[in-house]
Each structure stands twice: as structure tokens, then as C-alpha cells.
Design a protein around this ligand. Sequence first.
Ligand SMILES: NC(=O)c1ccc[n+]([C@@H]2O[C@H](COP(=O)([O-])OP(=O)(O)OC[C@H]3O[C@@H](n4cnc5c(N)ncnc54)[C@H](O)[C@@H]3O)[C@@H](O)[C@H]2O)c1
Length: 477
Amino acid sequence: MKDRYLDFVNSPFGASVARSIGLPQPEVLRRQAQGRAEFGGIAAIGAGPSPTLFEPLITLLTSLGMTTVAHESALVSWLPVAAKHGAMSGRFEPRSPGAPPNDRVQALIFDATGITDSTQLHALYGFFHDAIRSVAKSGRIVVLGLPPQFCASPRAWTAQRSLEGMTRSLGKEARGGISSNLLQIEPGADIEGTLRFLLSPRSAYVSGQVVHVDATPATQPTDWNQPLAGKRALVTGAARGIGAAIAQVLADRGAHVIGLDVPQAQDALDQTMLALEDAWPSQGAHTAIVADIAAPDAPATIAAALLAVGGIDIVVHNAGITRDKTIAKMTEAAWDSVIDVNLSAQERIDDLLLDQNVLHAGGRIIGVSSISGIAGNLGQTNYATSKAGVIGRVQSMAEPLRARGITINAVAPGFIETQMTARIPLGLREAGRRMNSMSQGGQPVDVAETIAWLASPASAGITGNVVRVCGQSLIGA
Ligand SMILES: NC(=O)c1ccc[n+]([C@@H]2O[C@H](COP(=O)([O-])OP(=O)(O)OC[C@H]3O[C@@H](n4cnc5c(N)ncnc54)[C@H](O)[C@@H]3O)[C@@H](O)[C@H]2O)c1
């Protein structure tokens, strides 16, 4: 659905009207587009004492074609590391107010992994105070820290936990489509895939998030544009909306997609699958499964169809329904159907796919939750219960699946522009769109790109996470 206000405030006339009467001025977010470089520009580096991630950082930034400048908090340790890797680097000069925008940096990256005491948090103040005005529109802020539970002392734990408040506040202050996220990185973890995602336009609507990366060895794709090459992915609810976008992005990233939807949506499903074939003819035909996931025989039907193509590497549980009413007015059928489609059906399907090894070792399960599942929502007791359950699945299954190298994560979309949200009454719809740091709704592709990152072989160290794709919504924050 079109956001007319976003178009209006990004016209010369609309921008001046919005400025003069103090209306929100959402930025048109920079998203990944064919023919446009994914990475580039300058990254400004800051650090607390004893940063630990400069080596992987310089290797990655160099391979992405980004140049670096070091803030005084990082200068002494960054420049020798950059020189060792043959990378040009210089000193970060704070942007003076009113300076032209062409001196702006694309990313601010702060290595906080060596911070062990709250007094050392001052380094964050120094860096971001000096640098925040230098970030380009749709730029990126990434803070690198440790999982607090990995800290040797209560003071270190406390200081590392503090980073969440800092990172989230930066996301609210930065505006201009700039995102701010925190990585909690276990010592030895491979962060390349995750940093690539967070620095890329692919993470346009992901902000205010804390992602835990564990030390499970990850496989680097031979081609970062096709990280899912050779993988087969099941996407439920693929006929339209977010599911169709997931199918498109996974195919674009190299996967063979098996799209599933209900019989009533068969025409739309066929169109989605044919569109994949037209867009990526070298991949051949993608597969469609017509089934109601809540039907008693659905797990067996799906397992048989997947076994027929040789099993599966990625399962995306996207199909979902709403039947909104306050609890007093809600029918029993509305309660039962939402819990069954959005949660119980997924449990039954996963159980069989795992029991019969239809999902390969090293596989990926990704659930689609919702910020309603985090915050609760008026008129959505059934939906919020089911979506909170999706989070419970991630939390309860991450450890048992670890031995098989299978990760399980969820995305929790906020307000995404789809047929589902187009049905929301105008006033509520406008509130949903604007009540986030980006002052706009997300696009289905934003959810899809986040899923593609979690599905990648490079994301082996990410399990048990729930990543909101909500532009840092105020709801449930
Ligand atoms: N749109 C949003 O803002 C938003 C926000 C948070 C979460 N979500 C979640 O994202 C997912 C996709 O949402 P959407 O907006 O694209 O919805 P949508 O209604 O446009 O699409 C859902 C798809 O799932 C299919 N489906 C429904 N029940 C099914 C069943 N029993 N078996 C197989 N397929 C079934 C539908 O036919 C449809 O194609 C849902 O899980 C939804 O709860 C959406």
C-alpha cells in the first residue's frame, strides 16, 4: 500500500510545508537496488579501551570497498592495524555544523568489547558526540560488545548491558533513516555475515536491535551475492504479501524456493512462483505446494513433497492469520484458528520435518512473529498469544537443535505495508506507520532481507534470536 505522506514530504513543496509546521519528515529509506553499489563510502571507527575486533573489522571493511577514518578514541590502535592490512586510514574530523553533506560518513562503528567498567563508557560519549552529525542519510551505527553473561566481573557485565540503552537511544536521535544496532559477540564468533547485513541497505528497517552472535563456526559463501546458492527453502504463505517477498529475496540470493499456500490462493501462488522463474531463469522452475498448514495431514503432505525434492535446508514459517476482536467478543473459532495456524501447525510441521530428517543438518528455521507478540495488542489476544508462542519456540528449541547445527530464529515485523495492514482503519494505520524512529511503515522486502540474512550459512552463530523489523517501533520497545 502506498504511503502518500512519505511521497508528499519528500517533494520540495511538501518538505517545506512539513518543516514550517513541524510535521514528521520521514526519509525515503535507501534499499538494495539492482545496479546500485551495496557498500562504499567512509566508516568512522571509535573504541573503548582494549578493543578486540579491529582485525576482522579492517579485513571486512576493506573487502567491502569502504575507507575508514579513526576517531581519537581509536586512533592509536586502529592506524597500525589498518597499515598492517595495507588499508589507507586517517583521523576522523568532526563535522562542523552547517558543513556541506559530501563529507558525511556512511557508518559509525564502535568497538566496545574491551569495556569492563561503567567509567569507561565515557568513550561512547566522546565518539558519538563528535560523530553523530556526520552520518549520511540512511547511514548505519553499529556498536560491537560482548554478551554480558560472558563477562568476568559484575562491573563488566553491567557496563556491557549499558550498551543497549546507548544504542537504542542513538537510533531514536539519529533520524534521517539512520539505523543503530548492537551486536553482542561471543569471543571467537564470526561476524562477517551479520556486519555485512547491518551495514547494507538490506537492513533498512532494522533498528534498535540487539543481536547475539555465538562462536559456532560459520561457512562463508563463495559468492556473497548468492549466499543461498544450492539451498532449498520452504516458505509458507508465499502467495502474496510478506511471503511473496520472502520467496523473491531467497530466490534472488540463490535458493530454490518451495512456496506453499492454501488452495484458495493457488492462482496467486502460481503467479509468485512463475515470477521467480522469469526473474531467475537459470534456477529453473521453483516448486509450489498447495496445502492448508492447519490440516491434520499437512505435516505428512509437506514432508513427502519436500523429500521428493531431496529434503530442505531452510524453513520459513510465514503463513499467518488475524481474527481480531476483544476477548469478550471473540468467538471460540476465532481463538482456535489463529492459535492453530500461527503456532500449533508450525510445531506439528517442524516436529515431523525434524523427526524424519527432512530438514538437513545445518538447516535454518525462521518464524515470523510480530511486535504484537512482544507488546500485546488490543483486540488481538489470540494473535498476540500465537506470536508470543513463536518467540517461545525459538527460545525453547535453540539449544536442543544446536547439536544438529540447526539454528532457529524469529523476525518480529512492526507495521509493514501489506494487504493485512491496508485493512486497518485510517487513523490507527497512520499511527502504526509513524510511531517508530523511521516515521514510516516497512516494506515486505525489509522482512524478507532479514530472513535471508538469518538463513545464510554465514549466520551459523545466530540462534535463539528474535529480531524486530519495525523501524524501532515505540510499541513494545
Ligand atoms: N503485515 C504486517 O504488518 C505484519 C506485521 C507483523 C507480523 N506479520 C506476519 O507476517 C506474516 C505475513 O503477513 P502478511 O501481511 O503478508 O499477510 P497476508 O495475509 O497478506 O499473507 C498471508 C499468507 O498466508 C497464507 N495463509 C494463511 N493461512 C494459511 C494456512 N492455513 N495455510 C497456508 N497458508 C496460509 C495466506 O493465504 C496468505 O497468502 C504473517 O505471519 C503475519 O502475522 C505481518
